[in-house]
Design a protein around this ligand. Structure first.
Ligand SMILES: [Zn+2]
Ligand SMILES: [Zn+2]
Length: 897
C-alpha cells in the first residue's frame, strides 16, 4: 500500500519555495475590489528598514496571514497590504554606526551624501524584508508594497501637515522637550524610557540679599538633584502656603558660585513636601520650571548645549561635560561653605529609547501638533464602539492616555525623514507654508515682504507622523481612489500592544481628521514574545530565536503554528525548541495521515461519493461520530477566529486532528479497510479534506502540499479551484451534529482506553492478544461495530460481552471499573504466569536489597550528623519510593499465587 506520489516524510524545504511561487504566479495574493464580495482589509504594520525581521515580525506576519487566509477562503475580497517604514531616528542611527566603522560621521559626508547612503541602506533592507516575509509564507499583495518615503505617502504627509497647519493644529513654539545629546534631536514624550536611578539630593544654601543688594548672613536652602543646572537658575519659588518662607517672597537671593542676584517668588505649583519646600527655577532645563517661568515672565537660560556640554551661560564651567560640571559645582559650593547636606535620593530619569543616553530636558523651539481637538473624536470613536479593541482591557488604557494627552512634538533634528514643509524668510523672518490647494508646491515668495530668499526648515518629521497616516495613505489618499472607497476603513489593525500610543492612537486621530472615518473596525493587540521561562528575548540573554533559522531547522509551518498557538490576546507568548519540535511533529502527522488516505484511495481506484446528510441514518456510528465532531470543530474554530483567539483555535484543531481523526477514526477505519469495506473511504477523505482546509491558514505549506495529493481523488465539488489556499472554507452543516453517536463512541473509546491502561499497568507485550470480559451498564446502546473496534484497537481476543458485573470472573483477573462498564482481564491471558512469577520475584529481591541499603544509611548516626540537610532529605525520599515499589511488587506477586 505504498503511495508513489507522497514520500514518507514531509520535507518543508522541498515544498515551501515552489508552493509560494505557485501561489504568487497564480495571482492569489492580489487584493481586488469586487462588489459581489465583502472587503476584508489588513494594512501590515510596516517593519523598520533598519535591519532584517525578528521573531516579533514573524508573530505579526503569522497572525495576520492566518486571518487573511481564513477570510479569503470564506469568500471575502481579502487585501493584505505590505509596507516598510523609513524609521527616521532608528535608521539614521544604524547608518551612522555603519559610517563610524569607516571612521566617518554624517557631517563628514554632508546632508546630501549622507542621505544617499541611507537610501542605499533602505533599498537593501526593503529587499531583504520582502524576501524574509516570503519565507514566512505571507499572502500579502506584493504589487502594492509601499515604503513610507515613496511618492504617494510623501504626498499624504505633506497634505496632512499643510492642512493641520492652516487649521491651526500645528504650531511652532518654545517648549521644554526631551533632548538626546547623542542623537542630537528632540524626542516626543513617548520616546522617553523612564528608569529608576539612585541619585542624590544636594541641599545648597543660597545667601539672602538685603534691600540694598548686600549679602546677609542668612540664606535659604534649596534641594536639587541636578546641581549642574544651578548656573541657569533665574529665581527661587516657594509655595505661598508654607509659612516659614512667606516673609521671603519679594526679596532676592544670590546664586552660589555664579553670584547673580535672583528674585524669590511665590507659586502654587511648588510642592511644599519636596526638599525644603523652596524650589530653584531653571526654565531652560525643566518642564515645571518652564511653566512657572512663563507665569512670572522669567528668562529661559540654556546652560547645557545640544551636545551635552556646558554653554557660555555656565560661566567658569563652559565647555565641561554636564556630568563633570555637576561634580565641579558641588566641589566649589562645598569650598564656599554653601553645602548644607547630601541625601541619597531614588528617582526616575528619562533615557533615549533608541540609544539609552540620559536625556536632557531642554527649552527649545520645535513643531507641535495640538492634539486635544484631534483626540476628542478619537475618544468618541472607541467609546461608541465604532472601533473595537481586543483584548478589552486596553480600552481603558487607551482612553486614559487620550484623555490626558499632551501636545505632540513632531520635529526631529535629523536628516533622514520627511522634511518639514515650512520655509523662513531670510529678509523678514516670516514663516511660509504651501497652500492647502497646492500642498506639493513649495512657496516661492515671502507672504509678508515678498522676498524670494526663502529657506526650508532643516528638520524632519517624527516617523510616527507618517505612520499615523498609513491606513489611508497606502490606499491612495489624498486622492479619492476606488481602492480607498472599497478597502477603507481596514477591517483589522493587528499589532503589538507596546505601540498602542505611538501608533494606534495616532492612526485613529489622523484617520478621522483626514478622512472623517475611523481607519479600522477592530484593533487586535498581541503580546511580546518570551522564551519558555517567560524571559523577554534579548541579545544579552542569548535566548533570541531567529525566525529564519527556525524555518531552516523546523519548517515554516512549525514556526507559524508555535507562534500562533503560543499567545493569548494581548498576553505575552512563549516559544522554545520544544514547541517548535511539536509544530514540526504536527506537520508530519498531517502529511502521514494524508499519505495513508491517499494510498487507500489509489488502491480503491473507483471514484468515491461525498457523505450526504440524507444517508446519515444508514451510516456506521463511527462515521456519524467523526462527522459530528468535525461539525463541532468547524463551528468552534469559526467562533474563535472571529474573536481573535488564534491560540485556542489552533490548539482545538490540533486536538481534533491528532486525537480524534488520527488516533481514533483512522485506526478504526483501518479495521474496516482490512475487512475490505471501502465504504469508510468517503468519510475518511471528506474529513481529511475539511481538516486540511481548516488548518490551512495556520500551516499553509504542508496543508497545500498534502491537499494537492488528495485533490485528484476527491469527488468534484464544483467550488474548488486549483489550490487549497483559494478553496472554499468548510461551511457549518448542523445536520451532521449527532449527540447519540458521540455518546456511543465515547463509551466504546472508554472501554478501549480501559483495556489499554490495564495492559500498560501490567507491562503486557504490545503484540499479545488478551482475553477480556466486559460488562456494560447500557448494553442496548452498544453499537454493532463496537466489539470489532475493541478487539482490534485494544488487541482483545476473545472478547466476552456479559450482561452485568455479577457475570464477570472474580478470581485471577485484573479489573477496571469505568463510568459505563466493567472490565476483567484474566491474568493468565496477560503473560506466562510462571515466567512472570519468576520475574516479579527477582524484582522483589532487588527492591528489598535497596530498602536494606537505604535504611542502613539513614540509620547511621554519623551520616545523619554530617550530611547536608538536602542530602538526608533526598535519601529519605528515595527510601519512601523504594518502600512503595516493594509493596506494589509484593501485591502483584500475591495476585499470581
Ligand atoms: Zn539617543
Ligand atoms: Zn519676508
Amino acid at each position: 500500500m505504498q503511495n508513489k506520489g507522497m514520500p514518507k516524510a514531509y520535507a518543508p524545504s522541498e515544498h515551501e519555495g515552489p508552493l509560494y511561487q505557485f501561489w504568487l504566479e497564480k495571482g492569489f495574493f492580489r487584493g481586488q475590489a469586487d462588489p459581489q464580495k465583502h472587503p476584508f482589509t489588513i494594512i501590515m504594520p510596516p517593519p523598520n528598514v533598519t535591519g532584517g525581521l525578528h521573531l516579533g515580525h514573524a508573530l505579526t506576519a503569522t497572525i495576520e496571514d492566518t486571518l487573511i487566509r481564513w477570510r479569503r477562503m470564506k469568500g471575502d475580497a481579502a487585501l493584505w497590504l505590505p509596507g516598510v517604514d523609513h524609521a527616521g531616528i532608528a535608521t539614521q542611527n544604524v547608518v551612522e554606526r555603519d559610517l563610524a566603522t569607516e571612521g566617518l560621521t554624517r557631517h563628514d559626508l554632508g546632508r546630501e551624501k549622507f542621505l544617499e547612503r541611507v537610501w542605499e541602506w533602505a533599498r537593501t533592507y526593503r529587499g531583504v524584508i520582502g524576501q524574509q516575509h516570503r519565507r514566512l509564507g505571507v499572502s500579502c499583495d506584493w504589487e502594492r508594497e509601499l515604503f513610507t518615503m515613496d511618492p504617494g505617502p510623501q504626498r499624504a504627509v505633506r497634505t496632512t501637515f499643510v492642512n493641520l497647519y492652516h487649521d491651526g493644529l500645528i504650531y511652532r513654539g518654545e517648549r521644554i522637550i526631551n533632548w538626546c545629546p547623542r542623537c542630537q534631536t528632540a524626542l516626543s514624550d513617548l520616546e522617553v524610557e523612564h528608569k529608576e536611578h539612585n541619585g542624590h539630593l544636594w541641599y545648597v544654601r543660597y545667601p539672602l540679599l538685603d534691600d540694598s543688594g548686600r549679602q546677609t548672613a542668612d540664606h535659604i536652602v534649596i534641594a536639587t538633584t541636578r546641581p549642574e543646572t544651578i548656573v541657569a537658575d533665574v529665581a527661587i519659588a516657594v509655595n505661598p502656603k508654607v509659612r516659614r518662607w512667606k516673609g521671603l517672597v519679594g526679596q532676592r537671593a544670590l546664586l552660589p558660585v555664579i553670584e547673580r542676584p535672583i528674585p524669590i517668588i511665590a507659586d502654587d505649583a511648588v510642592d511644599p513636601k519636596f526638599g525644603t519646600g523652596a524650589l530653584k527655577i531653571t526654565p531652560g532645563h525643566d518642564p515645571l520650571d518652564f511653566e512657572i517661568g512663563e507665569r512670572h515672565a522669567l528668562a529661559a537660560l540654556i546652560a547645557i548645549g545640544p551636545d551635552g556640554r556646558m554653554t557660555a551661560e555656565a560661566g567658569p564651567y563652559e565647555g565641561l561635560d554636564r556630568f563633570q560640571c555637576a561634580e565641579a559645582i558641588i566641589r566649589d559650593i562645598e569650598a564656599r561653605g554653601l553645602l548644607e547636606k547630601i541625601e541619597p535620593h531614588r528617582h526616575s530619569v528619562g533615557h533615549c529609547q533608541r540609544c539609552n543616553t540620559l536625556l536632557e530636558p531642554l527649552a527649545s523651539k520645535q513643531w507641535f501638533v495640538r492634539t486635544q481637538p484631534l483626540a476628542d473624536p478619537a475618544i468618541e470613536a472607541v467609546k461608541e464602539g465604532r472601533i473595537k479593541i481586543t483584548p478589552r482591557r486596553f480600552v481603558r488604557v487607551y482612553l486614559h492616555w487620550m484623555e490626558n494627552i499632551r501636545d505632540w512634538c513632531i520635529s526631529r533634528q535629523l536628516w533622514w525623514g520627511h522634511r518639514i514643509p515650512v520655509w523662513y524668510c531670510g529678509s523678514c523672518g516670516a514663516e511660509a507654508a504651501p497652500s492647502p490647494e497646492e500642498p506639493m508646491r513649495d512657496p516661492q515668495v515671502c507672504p509678508r515682504c515678498g522676498s524670494r530668499a526663502l529657506a526650508q526648515d532643516e528638520d524632519v518629521l517624527d516617523t510616527w507622523f507618517s505612520s499615523a497616516l498609513w491606513p489611508h495613505s497606502t490606499l491612495g489618499w489624498p486622492e479619492d481612489t476606488a481602492d480607498l472607497r472599497y478597502f477603507y476603513p481596514a477591517s483589522v489593525m493587528e499589532t503589538g500592544y507596546d505601540i498602542l500610543f505611538f501608533w494606534v492612537a495616532r492612526m485613529i486621530m489622523m484617520g478621522l481628521y483626514n478622512t472623517g472615518q475611523s481607519p479600522f473596525e477592530h484593533v487586535y493587540l498581541h503580546g511580546l514574545i518570551r522564551d519558555h521561562h517567560g524571559h523577554k528575548m534579548t541579545k544579552s540573554l542569548g535566548n533570541v530565536v531567529d525566525p529564519l533559522a527556525a524555518i531552516d531547522k523546523y519548517g515554516c509551518d512549525a514556526l507559524r503554528f508555535s507562534l500562533a498557538t503560543g499567545a493569548a490576546p494581548g498576553n505575552d507568548s512563549r516559544i522554545s525548541d520544544e514547541r517548535l519540535e511539536a509544530g514540526r511533529n504536527f506537520a508530519n502527522k498531517i502529511w502521514n495521515a494524508t499519505r495513508f488516505v491517499v494510498a487507500n484511495l489509489e488502491q480503491h481506484g473507483a471514484a468515491i461519493a461525498p457523505p450526504r446528510p440524507a444517508d446519515q441514518k444508514q451510516m456506521a456510528v463511527m462515521d456519524r461520530w467523526i462527522m459530528s465532531r468535525l461539525e463541532r470543530a468547524t463551528a468552534q474554530l469559526e467562533r474563535r477566529l472571529s474573536g481573535f483567539q488564534l491560540t485556542e483555535g489552533g490548539k482545538g484543531l490540533h486536538e481534533f486532528f491528532w486525537r480524534e481523526y488520527c488516533d481514533w477514526y483512522l485506526e478504526m477505519a483501518k479495521v474496516r479497510l482490512r475487512g475490505d469495506d471501502p465504504s469508510v473511504l468517503s468519510v475518511l477523505a471528506h474529513v481529511l479534506d475539511s481538516a486540511l482546509r481548516l488548518l490551512h491558514p495556520f500551516m499553509p505549506f504542508v496543508t497545500e502540499a498534502a491537499w494537492q495529493s488528495l485533490r485528484p481523488h476527491l469527488p468534484a465539488s464544483g467550488g474548488d479551484g486549483e489550490a487549497l489556499m483559494v478553496a472554499p472554507w468548510p461551511r457549518p452543516e448542523r445536520r451532521w451534529l449527532d449527540s447519540q453517536a458521540e455518546i456511543q463512541m465515547e463509551g466504546v473509546m472508554d472501554v478501549v482506553r480501559g483495556v489499554r491502561n490495564l495492559r500498560v499497568e501490567r507491562e503486557v507485550q504490545a503484540s499479545l492478544w488478551v482475553e477480556t470480559y466486559i460488562a456494560l451498564d447500557g448494553a442496548a446502546d452498544w453499537p454493532p461495530e463496537a466489539p470489532l473496534i475493541v478487539e482490534e484497537l485494544a488487541r482483545v481476543r476473545p472478547l466476552h460481552l456479559v450482561a452485568n458485573g455479577s457475570a464477570l470472573p472474580k478470581k485471577g483477573v485484573a479489573t477496571a471499573v469505568l463510568a459505563g462498564a466493567r472490565i476483567a482481564v484474566p491474568l493468565s491471558g496477560l503473560f506466562d504466569v510462571s515466567a512472570e512469577r519468576t520475574r516479579l520475584g527477582g524484582q522483589v529481591e532487588q527492591a528489598e536489597a535497596e530498602v536494606r541499603t537505604l535504611s542502613a544509611r539513614l540509620g547511621n548516626k554519623q551520616f545523619r550528623e554530617k550530611a547536608r540537610a538536602e542530602v538526608v532529605e533526598r535519601e529519605e525520599a528515595r527510601m519512601a519510593t523504594a518502600r512503595g515499589r516493594l509493596e506494589g511488587l509484593r501485591e502483584r506477586l500475591a495476585e499470581l499465587s
